[in-house]
Design a protein around this ligand. Structure first.
Ligand code: GLY
Ligand code: MN
Ligand code: MN
Length: 436
């Protein structure tokens, strides 16, 4: 596997180029990018977990609070690294990894020292969450700068793809451990702990809250609880969980049946659809077409599994697929699990519409070389949606006995992370599972 070190400097050059173009077009001299500060809990002296500004993380692989990056086209970036005198907490150690050589790295103990270290007479764009520490330094998040940056972030550099590949490896390893724990009869809570252990991550380091869902809980799209009690019967298991690497995160879902039978058949059918859709990820492809194709293919699965009396386009047109597959087929992935810019028509910030009747699709762009997207079809037994289908013309098109038989298994989702490349898609998730 390529080292991230060798890939980092070309990555930095590409990012610096994006920033230079965006800043120059909007007549800014440079950008100030704070790493961020963890917010405090209401009426308390405890902070929430620190989540670094993703714009900072695109430049700096290791993030700690209170730092300020100053970027000016044509100059070495200045990293004002906060190491405060604090005997309550352990100050962050000064980074000395190879990436630091690309920076003018200076240690500051607080925001006023950072402000004093900045070159003067510049028109700065301040790119991050506004905070009193940086008041008055520049214009906060001007759209003329953020729109082209967000638009450009969809195409990942080889360094970013490598970070995502490593995040996928850690995720696949942890998914294997979670599956073993489930098969051994663990509770959702115990599976979650095992997942974190195997991922080498504490909970707050994960790219998003893991969905660890046994049986019916698989029907809750963003199921957020962790039962302490193992379920009395072990029928099915859906886990949607990622892992971090240098600020990038994987986003992986797998679903398991306890044994052979109709639910296992449904899992296999959705897996087949997932592979087919992943093979469509290519530069030039309108991602909306992948979403619409997902509906058609799921229309086939519903008929094959005896859930629907109509199939393919007929199932889509009748609204049957919507009752079982109510979310988008996926999204951009990168520094944020739902990475920015998914709905942009161009770099001005104009929006590209979703297909009518598909309000939850998060990505409407034509894919280009280096885009990393998720492909995550699903079939769920969601009471709310099934009740609506039962109350309208779809009632006669659905086999309700079949639904009742599968409802205790919750639902199926299979989610991979896929890179669009001219030579054919690279499936980071399948690659990672094959290597673990
Ligand atoms: N884990 C959130 C998602 O799949 O989009
Ligand atoms: Mn996802
Ligand atoms: Mn997911």
């Amino acid at each position: 596997m390529a080292t991230t070190e060798a890939l980092f400097n070309p990555h930095l050059e590409a990012v610096a180029g994006h920033f230079a173009r965006a800043l120059e077009a909007a007549a800014f001299d440079g950008a100030l990018i704070p790493s961020g500060e963890p917010p405090m809990q209401f009426a308390d002296d405890q902070p929430y977990p620190f989540k670094a500004n993703p714009r900072y993380r695109q430049w700096v692989p290791e993030a700690s609070p209170g730092c300020l990056l100053a970027v000016e086209p044509g100059r070495r970036p200045l990293l004002l690294f906060r190491q405060e005198a604090d005997y309550w907490h352990m100050p962050p150690s000064i980074p000395d990894a190879p990436w630091t050589r690309a920076y003018d790295l200076r240690i500051v103990s607080d925001a006023s020292e950072a402000r004093a270290a900045l070159p003067t007479g510049r028109r700065w764009a301040l790119l991050g969450e506004p905070a009193p520490a940086w008041d008055g330094l520049g214009e906060a998040n001007p759209a003329a700068v953020t729109a082209p940056l967000d638009y450009g972030r969809a195409a990942k550099t080889p360094y970013e793809v490598e970070c995502l590949a490593r995040a996928s490896l850690a995720g696949a390893r942890a998914h294997r451990a979670a599956e073993r724990a489930w098969r051994d009869g663990a509770s959702e809570f115990a599976i979650h702990l095992e997942y974190c252990r195997a991922a080498g991550a504490r909970e707050e380091d994960l790219p998003y809250n893991s969905i660890v869902a046994c049986n019916e809980h698989g029907a809750v799209l963003h199921y957020q609880h962790l039962d302490r009690q193992a379920p009395a019967a072990r029928r099915s298991f859906l886990i949607d969980a990622g892992a971090p690497y240098a600020g990038y995160g994987s986003d992986i879902t797998r679903t398991y049946a306890a044994g052979p039978g109709p639910f296992a058949d449904l899992v296999a059918a959705v897996d087949g659809v997932q592979r087919r859709l992943a093979s469509l990820v290519a530069p030039g492809r309108d991602y909306r077409d992948i979403h619409l194709e997902a509906h058609r293919l799921i229309g086939g699965v519903l008929a094959d599994c005896g859930l629907s009396r109509v199939r393919d386009d007929d199932a889509v047109d009748a609204g049957v697929t919507r009752a079982f597959f109510p979310h988008g087929i996926g999204h951009l992935l990168g520094l944020q699990v739902h990475d920015v810019g998914g709905l942009m028509a161009d770099d001005t910030g104009a929006l590209r519409p979703r297909p009518e009747g598909h309000p939850f699709l998060r990505l409407t762009r034509d894919l280009a070389e280096g885009f990393v997207v998720t492909i995550e079809p699903g079939v769920y037994f969601i009471d709310l949606l099934l009740a609506a289908a039962r109350a309208d013309r779809r009632a006669a098109l659905i086999d309700w006995d079949r639904v009742e038989a599968l409802r205790p298994c919750g639902g199926v989702r299979i989610e991979d992370n896929v890179v669009a490349l001219a030579g054919g898609p690279r499936n980071l998730t399948r690659e990672a599972f094959a290597a673990t």
